[in-house]
Design a protein around this ligand. Structure first.
Ligand SMILES: *Cc1c(COP(=O)(O)O)cnc(C)c1O
Length: 370
């Protein structure tokens, strides 16, 4: 049996006529940059995420970049980021000339916490970037409290968490700004690159709009230096087709996670395989279903032989990346991130996955661990 980590063909087959009509509509209009499709998508996605303002941009990476620029973060500034995340969380900070300050993560949720953030705050700190890793909201109530006490904005990296919720609201709608990615493999994926910045602050939304389009407002008058960070109309039109399905697709991912929980339990593996945490009051959207096992690489090789696709998010924490050498003190330790990097393994959880396929995955894991 073949169980790929992700199969986007099945989703495409289910929406193909609508996607083709959307692409045809944009081609017929010959309006490819910004315009009515982008504006309509921004309205629709703002309503879906439950946030006042949404601005389409060129990628999740550029969403982070533009959000930091809109907060006037630059050289001399520090931004606190978890060391266990996708590269862009910290790369965007360095790209605007600021310094990413890495902090360790909670051993269970693998996300930053007020306890790890607090000692890293200095007079130069300008923002904190919680990452809603794998589709689960970070523990926002104490982070919001810390933000309120210190005056530091929270820039949510919600690239993996569209549709996730916690006590304080939807991922990306809680802090000062939210950043989303529509990379094709994300829960809401475009057919190319795309991203989104969200905020409840109208003036900040206007600033993001200006920054994404060369800092220009009105035409040919440049108040500041932005870039070509626009979401294109073809992607917006395709995302408009997919958005109405998102909630159902996320529900399917959640149901698959529940099925894994049952299957691991029945196989007697619950004690030997670390299952993803789902704290009460938080709606996990399982962008990734990530287990933890000490003998990860051997298990991964065994699963590959059984036709089960897996991946490791992420094998090297950010404080160990060559491009960030010198940013952390030689004696700084990030034991929870290092342990996670050695043990995490993402299993297939995409919406169209079947129970029979999941049973094959769990049976293959049981074999591999025996
Ligand atoms: C995917 C991702 C990004 C970057 O998004 P792109 O659209 O690929 O630029 C940033 N942060 C996290 C946590 C991500 O998973």
């Amino acid at each position: 049996m073949n169980v790929p980590l992700l199969d986007l063909q099945l989703q495409y087959a289910s929406i193909r006529p609508d996607v083709q009509a959307a692409v045809d509509r944009v081609c017929a209009s010959q309006q490819f940059i910004l315009g009515p499709e982008v504006e309509a998508f921004e309205r629709e996605v703002a309503e879906a995420i439950d946030v006042p303002f949404a601005v389409g941009v060129s990628s999740g990476t550029d969403a982070l970049l533009v959000a930091l620029l809109a907060l006037d973060i630059g050289p001399g500034d520090e931004v606190i980021v978890p060391t266990f995340s996708f590269f862009a969380t910290a790369g965007s900070v360095a790209r605007v000339g600021a310094r990413p300050v890495f902090v360790d993560v909670d051993p269970e949720t693998l996300m930053l916490t007020p306890e790890t953030v607090r000692p890293a705050i200095t007079a130069r700190t300008r923002a904190i970037v919680p990452v809603h890793l794998y589709g689960l909201c970070a523990d926002m109530p104490p982070l919001l409290e810390l933000a309120a006490r210190t005056g530091l904005p929270l820039v949510e990296d919600a690239a993996q968490a569209i549709g996730a919720r916690c006590e304080d609201g939807a991922a990306g709608a809680i802090g000062a700004m939210g950043c989303f990615s529509f990379y094709p493999t994300k829960n809401l994926g475009a057919y190319g690159d795309g991203g989104l910045v969200t905020t409840a602050d109208e003036a900040r939304a206007a600033r993001v709009r200006r920054l994404r389009n060369q800092g220009m407002e009105p035409k040919y008058l440049h108040h500041e230096i932005g870039g070509a960070f626009r979401l294109d109309a073809l992607q917006a039109a395709i995302l408009r087709v997919k958005l109405p399905h998102l909630s159902r697709w996320n529900d399917r991912r959640r149901a698959n996670a529940e099925t894994y929980r049952e299957l691991f339990d029945e196989a007697g593996l619950a004690g030997r395989v670390g299952l993803p945490p789902e704290p009460r009051g938080r709606r996990h959207v399982y962008h990734q279903y990530v287990i933890r096992v000490p003998q990860r690489d051997a298990l991964r090789a065994h699963l590959a032989r059984r036709g089960v696709g897996t991946d490791v998010y992420y094998p090297v924490p950010l404080h160990r990346q060559a491009c960030f050498t010198g940013l952390t003190a030689p004696d700084a330790a990030f034991p929870n991130a290092d342990a996670a990097a050695a043990e995490v393994l993402a299993l297939p959880v995409y919406p169209e996955l079947t129970r029979v396929q999941q049973a094959h995955v769990v049976r293959s894991i049981a074999e591999g661990l025996s």
